[in-house]
Design a protein around this ligand. Structure first.
Ligand code: NAG
Ligand code: NAG
Ligand code: NAG
Ligand code: NAG
Length: 275
């Protein structure tokens, strides 16, 4: 009798422990994507789910920056609470009240900016428990249509493409045989566009074979590929070092110099004759 009662008490204790553990484990906050990419000027949804139970009753949802605890958005007493929201998120955030009651605490962030990149904490408290999860937001900006400048030098020709975007893309130039060419590429912070990069890529070629080259830019983070062929035909241009026009260009200053000398010499002569 005593023996069985002890067993009974032990199993009751285990049952309580078990329920406590499962109840603790049962409330969970999860992020389906631990990393998201936000595109410059566009909206992004940071997804966060929790184990739903009692609707909005007792529900507190807070989105904060993990780095400095800035409040991005909070929701409790059944509505948005934006008194302590950081100014940099003003008028750009929302949660979805109808989804909220069903375990969806996702945050929509409008008009993404470079400073939005970083770590976000989704914290949820309900009558069932408290938990949080981190979501990382990466920033990207589509590269703009590249601007081409062609420069013709006496023996070389150079192509320059300029564009703006984020982050650093892969850039390459290939010749008609598909071989990579050596080129010069620089990235610098772009003025007036926050954290965007200004890209300049330069290809210099011999004058004779500046035909059918391809420039490619790839922004891997957002699967953006820009591919632009460039071609420069020398046919019909008749580039040469002893063309009549070039000779004329050399001849004119020489002739002018000779005439000037004759004039100076003549003036001296007449001056000498007079005196
Ligand atoms: C909030 O943002 C919207 C655009 O989504 C804009 O039309 C509105 O003027 C903004 N409100 C304030 C107070 O800045
Ligand atoms: C959560 O809500 C957001 C916004 O309405 C929606 O985009 C997302 O698909 C929802 N996720 C789930 C699992 O319901
Ligand atoms: C040229 O370089 C790019 C980027 O580095 C690379 O993806 C591509 O495979 C290279 N092509 C050749 C032919 O080497
Ligand atoms: C360059 O491309 C043009 C048009 O595709 C073609 O007509 C020409 O033959 C090409 N030149 C070379 C050298 O491949």
């Amino acid at each position: 009798m005593l023996f069985s009662r002890r067993i009974c008490r032990t199993s009751f204790f285990s049952l309580v422990m078990y329920s406590f553990v499962t109840l603790k484990a049962a409330f969970e906050v999860r992020a389906p994507d631990s990393e998201m990419v936000g595109v410059h000027g566009q909206p992004v949804v940071l997804r966060c789910w929790y184990t739903p139970s009692s609707g909005l009753n007792g529900l507190v949802v807070t989105w904060q920056r993990a780095e400095d605890s800035q409040v991005v958005h909070s929701f409790y007493y059944g509505k948005d609470q934006l008194d302590r929201q950081s100014l940099s998120y003003y008028n750009r955030t929302r949660v979805f009240p109808t989804d909220l009651a069903n375990g969806n605490a996702s945050l929509a962030l409008a008009r993404v900016r470079p400073e939005d990149a970083g770590r976000y904490l989704c914290s949820v408290s309900s009558l069932q428990g408290t938990d949080k999860v981190e979501v990382r937001l990466k920033f990207a900006a589509f590269y703009t249509e590249p601007r081409l400048t062609v420069q013709v030098h006496p023996t070389k020709i150079s192509f320059l493409y300029e564009s703006k975007g984020y982050p650093e893309p892969e850039v390459w130039w290939v010749d008609p045989e598909g071989q990579n060419l050596s080129h010069k590429t620089e990235f610098s912070p772009s003025e007036g566009d926050g954290g965007l990069f200004f890209l300049r890529t330069h290809l210099e070629l011999d004058y004779q074979n500046a035909e059918n080259y391809t420039f490619t830019l790839r922004n891997r983070l957002i699967n953006q590929v820009i591919e632009r062929p460039v071609s420069f035909s020398t046919a019909g241009l008749g580039y040469c070092t002893n063309c009549p026009r070039d000779r004329l260009a050399l001849l004119l200053p020489a002739t002018a110099a000779v005439l000037l000398w004759i004039f100076i010499a003549a003036s001296f002569y007449f001056h000498w004759r007079k005196s």
